[in-house]
Design a protein around this ligand. Structure first.
Ligand SMILES: [Zn+2]
Length: 392
């Protein structure tokens, strides 16, 4: 099967997988939902067709194994991404990486490649964290990096059995759409990832006093939503990437002063010290707003993960492999989180970004070019051959 054929088949498969959804008119696939089970069955079938040994682990990750080393002590190279999506998603964020890995392995098998390690293609069961609001559930379970706080929140108590033995994994490589505009603006198909930005997520609550919208005088009101509004505009001006994406005002009626407002806060930066300093500055600003408006502030940090650097040696191999198909291969930081961040805790991890139209992601308009996908498949295939050469 030639590369053109593999890339066109991959695009068709992304279309088919894009119709496997929990909702009739838009793409939504979340951890352990009926659509996730159908997606694992569909992709598992494609893995079997490619000659891989297919299983689901205790965290519902889909794994297709090629035991090419023929040696029970050989290490495993893990290639893949995630199969879950956000709500109203595009069809490439996640599946592109799983299917590129499968296509690269198909090309290697058909060429009769002899490798000193085994390969597993993985489709992680939960990266987006829609169901439990905690990211990297599938890859975190496999890497054994889930925190007690994350484990306490979930119903699937056996998930920890998905943890792989220490030293079993040789490396992890992931192909993903860029989710940003840099590659497109430079007219390039591929880029390597230098690292994944750290992030802090905070649940912010302002607690004031509800009251009648018609009879309570404006002076002396303790309006929790006005306090939140003032703070959210301060977040916008803080000078790093910071977002409030969710807000809930109680009691939630048009004729009642909001007494209790809860909203999210997401702060990201590549410099961990700077990010933590900014979060602390925002907390003090929220306190000042609350004091001025005579409301109470509750500040709960729900996630605080540091920057993750991709492995320099593995990234160089990926860079050199991509250089065979593109004169200049830039190195980009990733503002979005990825499964590679969880895997980097237990083995060398590297990522390859593929240009996406307008930098759009987490939206049905996600779009990639077949020619770029063909380059990504070849780059990943050549990366595996280069890694094999270095491992000998
Ligand atoms: Zn993703």
């Amino acid at each position: 099967m030639g590369l053109q054929h593999l890339s066109r088949e991959l695009m068709r498969r992304c279309d088919e997988l894009g119709r496997v959804s929990d909702e009739p008119d838009r793409l939504t696939r979340t951890f352990r939902s009926p659509a996730m089970a159908r997606a694992n069955a569909l992709v598992g079938g494609w893995m079997r067709d490619a000659g891989l040994e297919v299983r689901e682990d205790a965290a519902f990750n889909l794994l297709g194994r090629w035991p090419c080393a023929g040696n029970p002590r050989a290490k495993t190279l893990l290639l893949g991404s995630h199969l879950d999506t956000v709500r109203d998603a595009g069809k490439y964020d996640g599946p592109l990486g799983v299917l590129t890995a499968l296509a690269a392995v198909t090309a290697l098998r058909e060429a009769g490649a002899q490798l000193p390690f085994d390969i597993e293609v993985v489709g992680f069961s939960d990266e987006e964290g829609v169901r439990y609001q905690s990211t990297y559930l599938g890859s975190g379970a496999l890497a054994g990096t889930l925190t007690k706080r994350a484990l306490a929140r979930i119903e699937e108590k056996d998930i920890e059995r998905a943890r792989r033995k220490r030293g079993e994994l040789l490396a992890y490589a992931e192909v993903h759409i860029e989710q940003g505009p840099v590659l497109e603006s430079r007219n390039l198909a591929l880029g390597v990832v230098s690292g994944i930005s750290g992030q802090t997520r905070v649940r912010v609550e302002f607690i004031g006093r509800a009251g009648h919208a018609g009879t309570t005088p404006m002076k002396g009101r303790r309006d929790a939503l006005c306090a939140a509004a003032e703070f959210i505009l301060a977040v916008e001006k803080i000078g790093v990437t910071a977002t409030v994406g969710q807000i809930d005002a109680r009691p939630g009626a048009g004729n009642v002063i909001p007494g209790h407002v809860t909203h999210s806060l997401d702060v990201r930066d590549f410099d961990d010290a700077k990010r933590r300093a900014v979060v602390e500055k925002l907390r003090r600003q929220a306190e000042a707003v609350a004091a001025r408006r005579n409301v109470v502030l509750r500040w709960t940090v729900v996630q605080d993960t540091g920057r993750v650097a991709c492995d320099p040696k593995l990234t160089r191999l990926l860079h050199d492999a991509a250089s065979g198909h593109q004169a200049e291969v830039p190195s980009l930081p990733s503002g979005a989180g990825h499964d590679a961040a969880a895997l980097a805790a237990v083995c060398p991890a590297a990522m390859l970004f593929v240009r996406c139209k307008g930098g759009v992601s987490h939206h049905p308009d996600e779009s990639v070019k077949t020619g770029d996908v063909a380059k990504a498949i070849t780059a990943l295939r050549d990366f595996v051959l280069r890694l094999a050469h270095e491992s000998f």
